[in-house]
Design a protein around this ligand. Structure first.
Ligand code: SF4
Ligand code: SF4
Length: 106
């Protein structure tokens, strides 16, 4: 599930050079809406639930929900960083294996 930003809690990371969720998202999916000054996910379908933004947010403003396929043993989500790409191997609770590769920001 894509990240859900609590607009009442998010303060746009005022005082930071760049919002922490924006700088940490490996998929470059988050940006700051100029009008609301709140974080927004530009492409929810591309979020792979890595939870980095959830952990980075100092306001506790971001919530994600794991898809049910990852909810129980033996489900795994395994990242592999390499050069300008990150590859994810997703093993669902039914043993189905899927692989996704995304470009990094840098
Ligand atoms: S959960 Fe990960 S991939 Fe999804 S928006 Fe947050 S940092 Fe980006
Ligand atoms: S890290 Fe949290 S407070 Fe900062 S912009 Fe992102 S959602 Fe808002």
């Amino acid at each position: 599930m894509p990240p859900k930003v609590d607009l009442k809690k998010c303060d746009g990371c005022k005082g930071e050079n760049e919002p922490l969720c924006v700088s940490i998202c490996p998929g470059d999916l988050l940006f700051l809406n100029e009008e609301s000054v709140r974080a927004v996910c530009r492409s929810p379908r591309d979020c792979w639930d890595c939870m980095s933004c959830v952990k980075a947010c100092p306001q506790g403003a971001i919530e994600t929900k794991l898809p049910y396929q990852l909810g129980y043993y033996p489900a795994k989500l395994i990242p592999l960083m390499g050069g300008k790409r990150v590859s994810w191997t997703c093993i669902g609770q039914d043993g189905k294996v899927e692989r996704f590769t995304y470009k990094n920001r840098n």
